[in-house]
Every structure is written in structure tokens, then in C-alpha cells.
Write a protein that binds this ligand. Sequence first.
Ligand code: PGA
Length: 260
Amino acid sequence: MARAPLFAANWKMNKFVKDTEPFVRGLLDVIASEPKKAGRDFQVLVAPSATHLTAMRAAIGAGPILLSAQNCGQGRFGAFTGENSPAVLKEIGCDWVILGHSERRHVYLESDERVQERLKAALEEGLSVILCVGEKLDERKAGKTSDVVRRQMEILKQVPVSDYAKRLVIAYEPVWAIGTGEVATPEQAQEVHAFIRGWMRENLEQGAAENTRILYGGSVKPENASDLMKEDVDGFLVGGASLEVQSFAGIIRNSMNSRG
Ligand code: PGA
């Protein structure tokens, strides 16, 4: 089966809890008006702060929107002040988690080792994971993009994923394109996505490369979405443009139209 495109809204540390219900209502309206069917032809995911997850879960109800946390702890329970247990995320009806986002790696100095621990814990508790990878500007300029991405992907060799189509998504997010308005060209995105898929083909079990969706993230907007949605690009992880229903919806609509 072809990989169903995924459109993920990463709210980061934005919005009030009271904003969740109107956002979800608006998003459900937009999804319902799409000629393609959400849940089957494409998927939509929203990742608010941990403080918003319960309200967002209630707002979504039985609708086709997937709910994700923005990070999770590296074990089930324990002395991890400030962390959220993957088991409790599951308990409150949150089935997804973003791991290794560049802000976690570079602002909070999360190492590959720490991301690997979180990945293992998340998968063990039954969460599906969006694993973020991507190079910084100096690394790109030094020609080290593939080295950085390869190193960040290495953790997958140690962590068994039972079902790549359902349990793992990779998000390629060049750090220089996140929140900067500077977007990778469709060629730059495709080149790294193809590299990631090739790496998976060589290093992971059969089917991993073909079934895992690889999202692009970094200043995605309605205006650039359809050009970026090519070949190995299976959807987007969207920050700034996901905060308003209309711009997030525009990204979904333009991307799906470009897929025909
Ligand atoms: P941006 O963020 O769309 O605001 O660049 C993307 C992300 O960090 O996931």
C-alpha cells in the first residue's frame, strides 16, 4: 500500500488550552470538505503542549485527527522531574510522540543517546513516534548533512520497530529552515529524503524503507507545500503555519491537490 501522506501540526509552546476546541472544530470542518478521506487517504496529527493534551483529546473525540505529545520521558516511571511518562501519555489517549526535535537537541542539549532511550520507552509503551533529524547551517555548509542525518538515524539500529507504516515516521527538518522563513528547496529536501530512505534500505529490516513516511519540516506554508510534496516527501511537520486552522488547512489542501 502506498504511504498515506501525514500532516503534523507542532504547536510547540504556543496557545491556551481554551484554543484547542475551536481549532479542532475548524480542522474537522476542513478535513470533512476534502475530496480525499482523512484517516484513509491522508492523516492529520496535532501536537500541542503536554498541558493541552487532555483538552485536545476531548475535542477530537472519535474524529480522524491523531494526537501527539512533543516529547516523552526515557522510562515508564521514575525520578525524572519535568518529564511526561510515555505510559501516561497512552493512558490519556495520546498515541503519538515527537522525539529528537531540533529544539530538544539544540536548546535542551538532548543527545542521540537520550533520544534513543526515549524512543525505546515510547515504542515499548505502544506509542508511535515521529523521529526528527536534521543538520545545522554550519554542518550543511561544511558538506556534513548526510553524516549528521546518518548519525541521528543510527539509533534505529538498536530499537526494534514492530510496524514501520504505523509506528515510525521520520521528519527531516534542517535546523536552518525551522522558524526562519528560509525553506529548503524541493531538490534539497528530496535529496536528503532519498538519502534517509536509502539508509533505511541498507540498515534496517526489509520493508522499513518503503513503509516509513518521511516528512519535511522547516518553514512549510500553503504557498510552498505543493512544490515540496515530491517523490520521497510524504507530508510535513509544520510549526508556525500550523497555529491557524486556515494556513494548516491550506498546506493539507495544496499538498493533496498536488498528489492528484
Ligand atoms: P516551522 O517549524 O514550520 O515554524 O519552521 C517546524 C518544526 O519545528 O517542526
